[in-house]
Design a protein. Structure first.
Lengths: 112, 115
């Protein structure tokens, strides 16, 4: 059962770099690690996805160590608009079917 | 491109009433999903459909039924609503058909209250 563990909440200030770490000790060989962002009253939005080492796009970086048992989402120079809930996802197998499982997420509050 | 659309946006039901939540996507995606999100919680998968004509149970399927009407549409039905089904319901779709690396696109949600 591949579950993820994230901090419940984090605080930061505008302009700082924020790193959110996710633990996924039972990640399967084929699993990718995906991060989503959710604003209040909206559906989640894809941020970044990776399998190993480092992935970077226009909004974030994702660091995955060699053992893949954890991953770190890095948000450079956050702004007030980055206040949201961030979810780390890996897969899970139920009844021989593969599913993506959302945990409780990390509530990031960015202060002025 | 509207992406993923859901109707209705809000609904209030009495215990025992039935209703169908509608979802449509215009991205020609193979897979579609229904989630529920309770206050302060993460999303939980109710049902999903990997392709037209197939459906599969998620974490919390009890009390729900689904229909993959065609490639675009995936509906969620509550046959006899209960207060425990008060939640926000999100529909999502994805393209690759490989859930290990899926990128899901979410609709705006339906806020359902069961009295």
């Amino acid at each position: 059962l591949a579950k993820t563990t994230q901090p419940i909440s984090m605080d930061s200030y505008e302009g700082q770099e924020v790193n959110i770490t996710c633990s996924h000790n039972n990640i399967a060989t084929n699993d990718y690690i995906t991060w989503y962002q959710q604003f209040p009253s909206q559906g989640p939005r894809f941020i970044i996805q990776g399998y190993k080492t480092k992935v970077t796009n226009e909004v974030a970086s994702l660091f995955i160590p060699a053992d893949r048992k954890s991953s770190t989402l890095s948000l450079p120079r956050v702004s007030l608009s980055d206040t949201a809930v961030y979810y780390c996802l890996v897969g899970d197998t139920m009844d021989s079917s593969y599913k993506l499982i959302f945990g409780s997420g990390t509530r990031l509050l960015v202060r002025p | 491109n509207a992406g993923v659309t859901q109707t209705p946006k809000f609904q209030v039901l009495k215990t025992g009433q039935s209703m169908t939540l509608q979802c449509a996507q215009d991205m020609n995606h193979n897979s579609m999903y229904w989630y529920r999100q309770d206050p302060g919680m993460g999303l939980r998968l109710i049902y999903y459909s990997a392709s037209e004509g197939t459906t599969d149970k998620g974490e919390v399927p009890n009390g729900y039924n689904v229909s993959r009407l065609n490639k675009r549409e995936f509906s969620l039905r509550l046959e006899s609503a209960a207060p425990s089904q008060t939640s926000v319901y999100f529909c999502a779709s994805s393209d690759e058909g490989h859930p290990e690396a899926d990128t899901q696109y979410f609709g705006p949600g339906t806020r359902l209250t069961v009295l």
